[in-house]
Design a protein around this ligand. Structure first.
Ligand code: ADP
Ligand code: ADP
Length: 235
C-alpha cells in the first residue's frame, strides 16, 4: 500500500504543484491519475520514487516512510514507464530491458558482464510477454516504432519485479489504437504480478476504460476520487 499524507509541493520558483494530497493506494490497484497538463500528476508520481521531494506531508510504502535513510531501498521497489519511452536509442532492445536491473547493480562493475544467463532469459521472456518479436532483440531501440519502444519500456519496468509501476502519461505520444493496446498490456502485466500501478492520463475515455480507480486532479489538488462508474455519474 502506498499512502500519501497531506502531501504538498512548492517548487523553488514558487510554483505550487501539489496541495494537501491524501490518498491510499492498495496493493494491486490500477489507479489512474487524471487531469489536464500542469495539474500536478507528474509531480505526484515522482514522489513515489524520490525524483521529487515534497515540501509538506509524508509518503509511506507498506508503512515505511520515504526519507533519506529508506530512499535507496524503497526506490528498488518502484519502476517507471515514461511518456517519451526514455530508452537508450543506440543500445540494443535487449540491453535496454536488462538496464531495468540497474538499481541493483553495484557501481563500478562492468555493466554487461554483470548480467547472468538467467537475467537474459528473463529479459527475453518479458519481451515476448509484451508482444515484441524476438527478431528485434539485437536491433537498436531507436530503430523501433513508438509503440514498439513503449513495449520495451514496459518490459524494462517489470525486469526488477517492482511492487509499484509509475506510468507517467505512457501513451501521450501514441495514436489511440496503439494507446489502448499499451494500456491493456500494462494492466495485464500488473495483474499477473499483483503490481500496483499509478498511471497519469489526460484522456477521460482511457481513464474510464482502464482504471480500477480514478483520481482526478486540478491545480495540484484532488478534485475527484472514485470508480470509473462514479466518475461517469458525476458528469
Ligand atoms: P502534469 O504532470 O499534470 O502535467 P506537473 O506535475 O508536471 O503536471 O506540473 C505541475 C506544476 O508544477 C506545473 O505548473 C509545472 O509547470 C510545475 N513544475 C513541474 N516541475 C517543475 C520544476 N522542476 N520546477 C518548477 N515548476 C515545475
Ligand atoms: P514531460 O511532459 O515529459 O514530463 P515536462 O515538460 O512536463 O516533460 O517536464 C520536463 C522536466 O522539466 C521535468 O523534470 C519537470 O520537473 C521540469 N519542469 C516542468 N515544468 C517546469 C517549470 N515550470 N519550471 C522548471 N522546470 C519545469
Amino acid at each position: 500500500m502506498i499512502e500519501f499524507q497531506h502531501l504538498g509541493k512548492t517548487w523553488p520558483d514558487g510554483t505550487r504543484a501539489l496541495s494537501d494530497v491524501s490518498l491510499q493506494v492498495p496493493r494491486g490497484q490500477f489507479c489512474v491519475v487524471l487531469g489536464p497538463s500542469g495539474a500536478g500528476k507528474s509531480t505526484l508520481l515522482r514522489a513515489v520514487n524520490g525524483l521529487m521531494r515534497p515540501t509538506e506531508g509524508r509518503l509511506t510504502i507498506d508503512g515505511i516512510e520515504f526519507n533519506a535513510d529508506t530512499e535507496r531501498a524503497l526506490r528498488q521497489r518502484v519502476a517507471m514507464i515514461h511518456q517519451h519511452f526514455n530508452l537508450t536509442l543506440r543500445m540494443s532492445v535487449a540491453g535496454n530491458v536488462l538496464s531495468g536491473l540497474l538499481p541493483v547493480v553495484s557501481t563500478g562493475r562492468a555493466l554487461l558482464g554483470w548480467f547472468t544467463p538467467e537475467h537474459r532469459r528473463k529479459a527475453c521472456a518479458l519481451l515476448e510477454r509484451v508482444g515484441l518479436d524476438p527478431r528485434h532483440l539485437r536491433r537498436r531501440a531507436g530503430e523501433l516504432s513508438g509503440g514498439q519502444q513503449q513495449r520495451v519500456g514496459i518490459a524494462r519496468a517489470f525486469m526488477l519485479d517492482p511492487e509499484v509501476v509509475l506510468a507517467d502519461e505512457p501513451v501521450a505520444s501514441l495514436d489511440p489504437k496503439i494507446s489502448r493496446d499499451i494500456l491493456a498490456l500494462v494492466r495485464e502485466a500488473a495483474r499477473e504480478r499483483n503490481t500496483t500501478v499509478l498511471c497519469s492520463l489526460h484522456q477521460v475515455d482511457l481513464a474510464r476504460e482502464f482504471g480500477d480507480r480514478i483520481v482526478g486532479m486540478r491545480d495540484g489538488r484532488v478534485v475527484f476520487d472514485g470508480t470509473p462508474a462514479e466518475f461517469s455519474d458525476e458528469r
